[in-house]
Each structure stands twice: as C-alpha cells, then as structure tokens.
Design a protein around this ligand. Structure first.
Ligand SMILES: C[S@@+](CC[C@H](N)C(=O)[O-])C[C@H]1O[C@@H](n2cnc3c(N)ncnc32)[C@H](O)[C@@H]1O
Length: 238
C-alpha cells in the first residue's frame, strides 16, 4: 500500500504520540476505500493522543470529537492547539465507551482504531451504546489488532514473550468479530476481514523508544507476527 497522506507527517511526531502500531496508516487504509466527506461530524472513539483525529481533520476536513478514556483532553487540546487546529475543527473529550456524552444520531461516522477490542467484544455493546449515536446511513470504521485464527486454547510461546494470556484474550480473528456483529440488528456489515497494513504499522511502532514498544519487540522479533493481523470492520447503520 502507498500511504500518500500519512507519509506527509513528521515521523518523530507520530512516534511520540502513537500508543501502538501506527494508527494513522491503519486509518488511511480504511479511508482510501471509505473516505470521509468534508464537514462530516466524526466520533474518534479511543483516539488516544489524537493522531487519527487530527488526520481526519487535516486530510478530510471533518469535524472530530476526539474521545478517549486514558489520555486527558487537556493534554490533547494542547497538542491540537500547537498544530493550529481550532475548537470548531476538533473537540477533545474524556469519556468511557459505555457512557458517551452525545446525542442520538449525532455522528455521520465513527472511527475506532486500536481500541474497539477493549469494549466491543460484548455482543450488546454496539446496539446499546454506540449505534444510537450514529445517523441512519452513517458508518462505523473499525480497525482492531487481531489474529489470523483464534488460538486461545494454545497460545504460541512467541506471543507470551511480550503479552500475558489475559492481554491476548482481547485479540480475535475475523470469524469471531463477524459472529459478535451478526447479533446486532439495524446494521449492514459492508466489509470485515484482515488488513494490508500489518508490517508497515508494526515497524513504525517497534522503532519507538517507549517502554511498551520495546516490550513488544520481544514477541515480534521471535516471529509472533505470523499469528497476528489487524481486522477491519466497516459497518453501515440502516
Ligand atoms: C492502544 S490505545 C490506542 C490509542 C490510539 N487509537 C492510537 O492508536 O494511538 C487504546 C485506547 O483505547 C482507549 N480505551 C480503552 N478502553 C476504553 C473505554 N472503555 N472507553 C473509552 N476509551 C477506551 C484508551 O483510552 C486508549 O487510549
């Protein structure tokens, strides 16, 4: 894949502000096929330090509610201010995914990169907490770290070099996610499957010097990547 838009950004800035495999490139892969329209109101759920949020604003002229639990909205606002983004363009919010402070049918699109697996494995989550916030005809674009095939009964030793069995519980294959989503009424699954961006996004992350990236190198260097991939889920609310 050619990441024409992501490659315009300073890699030092990206590596200081990502919390896992390069989320900007993961989002770019989704948006190449399913672009945002200028002026859309977008929820970036689990935005972390807002790298995907600022990408949606700068590259697609969306208005983004950059929503996260662990990262403070004050910290994110300082980052957005430093880039010259205004509070008309990007709104940092602290919220838990089950208590989102938004009106029903408020968003044209929800993007959710490397975070849905923390709360979305509950079959009720989508219908009860997220779907009501999306307009009819609106979309949900998700990318989660996952597996080529669920291996929870027999976790490969390479993966355990960096992560506990509990950490790995959040990772699943495309079949698992299709099963979870198929329980939800009022959606059409447009696309669900493995993504192309595995090596590119992991290489950007493993080159970071933060302690989590350094820890992840043990598993990836031992070959854990052969069991893993990102899963894309593109959903339309009917
Ligand atoms: C691995 S980080 C990824 C952050 C960002 N998307 C990125 O890729 O750099 C996962 C993010 O999910 C968010 N998250 C996890 N559980 C959450 C929840 N229950 N409600 C809201 N956000 C949650 C965390 O705050 C965290 O920033």
């Amino acid at each position: 894949m050619n990441y024409i838009k992501s490659k315009k950004y300073d890699m030092a800035f990206i590596q200081q502000n990502i919390m896992g495999p390069n989320p900007m490139k993961l989002l770019e892969e989704l948006l190449q096929k399913y672009p945002l329209l200028p002026g859309e109101t977008v929820l970036d759920l689990g935005c972390g330090k807002g790298v995907t949020s600022l990408f949606a604003v700068k590259e697609y002229q969306a208005r983004v509610f950059a929503t996260d639990l662990w990262i403070s909205p004050t910290e994110n606002k300082q980052r957005f201010d430093a880039l010259g983004l205004t509070s008309q363009q990007i709104i940092p919010i602290k919220a838990e995914a089950h208590e989102l402070p938004y009106a029903n049918e408020f968003f044209d699109t929800v993007i959710c990169i490397d975070s849905y697996h923390y709360f979305g494995t509950d079959k009720e989550y989508l219908s009860q907490h997220l779907l009501p916030l999306i307009k009819h005809g609106g979309r949900l674009l998700i990318a989660v770290p996952g597996l080529k095939k669920d291996i929870h009964e027999n976790i490969p030793a390479e993966m355990l070099l960096s992560w506990s069995a509990e950490d790995i519980q959040t990772l699943h294959d495309a079949k698992f996610w299709r099963n979870i989503l198929s329980e939800t009424e009022g959606i059409e699954i447009i696309e669900l499957g493995e993504m192309q961006s595995f090596d590119e996004c992991w290489n950007d992350w493993l080159a970071c010097d933060n302690e989590y990236a350094v820890n992840d190198r043990k598993a990836l260097n031992a070959g854990a990547g052969k069991y893993m991939n990102f899963i894309a889920m593109i959903i339309c609310k009917q």
